[in-house]
Design a protein around this ligand. Structure first.
Ligand code: PEP
Ligand code: MN
Length: 250
């Protein structure tokens, strides 16, 4: 069975994929490209937490066979956001790693349900959570199966979509002993800021990245302006590896 240690053996852990799984073709096309660029795991939302009910809500379980096909074709691991306890059961046998989105970090019914599943869980930080609240959420699941994901918090700084709290991520890593990866896409809100935020996180000593990548970002069904193209992601991976080597050696 896949464990958190297996994931962390990839240093830095690189996760990439679209905001949402949209069609079979796009899932496969994007997955093959991020695999070739060096990603270890594919991310794609099947259920999307959208601000408005009119927005694309995700394809749901219809996307599971697309992920199975992608895994067979590329050998990538796959990660999906669960929003309700039922999603845990529905993803069994296909999805390797589950993640909890920022809007659900304190959805205690969901966290308790995750406690009973053996898979590793990536736990995003809610928009305004303190360190104590964030680690408390991890304890509901079981700390040793959790990788924390800093994805930006709400502050008075409004130049970017959210404020990436690298300092807070380092405190979580150093003082609580948790692995912490960075999602640079949601705090950036725009593609050109994703590489510098990623490099800053790796230079700081954080454990990996979860990056939104789409073959045609402007045609995507959500988060259009922040998704990198596969070419931009490939370039980022090269630079991330260089920064990682400069920091830790080979
Ligand atoms: C996402 O990863 O697409 C997402 C919705 O992220 P967050 O929960 O961090 O807003
Ligand atoms: Mn997104």
């Amino acid at each position: 069975m896949l464990t958190r240690a297996d994931l962390l053996a990839h240093a830095p852990l690189l996760i990439a994929g679209p905001c949402a799984a949209e069609t079979r073709e796009r899932v496969i096309e994007i997955g093959e490209k991020v695999a070739a660029a060096g990603a270890h795991m594919y991310r794609a939302g099947l259920w999307k937490p959208r601000t408005n009910p009119e927005s694309f809500q995700g394809v749901g379980t219809e996307g599971l066979p697309w992920l199975t096909e992608l895994k067979e074709k590329t050998g990538l691991l796959v990660a999906v956001e669960v929003m309700e306890p039922e999603h845990i059961e529905e993803t069994k046998g296909v999805v390797d790693v589950l993640w909890v989105g920022a809007r659900n970090t304190q959805n205690f019914a969901l966290l308790k349900a995750l406690h009973d599943d053996p898979r590793p869980v990536m736990l995003k930080r809610g928009f305004i959570l303190t360190m104590k609240e964030w680690i408390g959420a991890a304890d509901y699941i079981g700390r040793d199966r959790v990788i924390m994901v800093e994805r930006g918090i709400r502050t008075g700084a409004d130049a970017t979509r959210f404020t990436l709290d690298i300092g807070g991520a380092l405190v979580m890593q150093k003082d609580y002993g948790m692995p912490v990866i960075i999602d640079p896409s949601h705090p950036a809100g725009r593609a050109d800021l994703v590489p510098p935020l990623s490099l800053a996180a790796i230079a700081a000593g954080l454990d990996g990245l979860m990056v939104e990548v789409h073959t045609r970002p402007m045609e995507s069904l959500g988060d259009t302006s922040q998704q990198l193209t596969p070419g931009e992601f490939e370039d980022l991976v090269t630079r991330v590896r260089a920064v990682h080597t400069a920091r830790y050696g080979n």
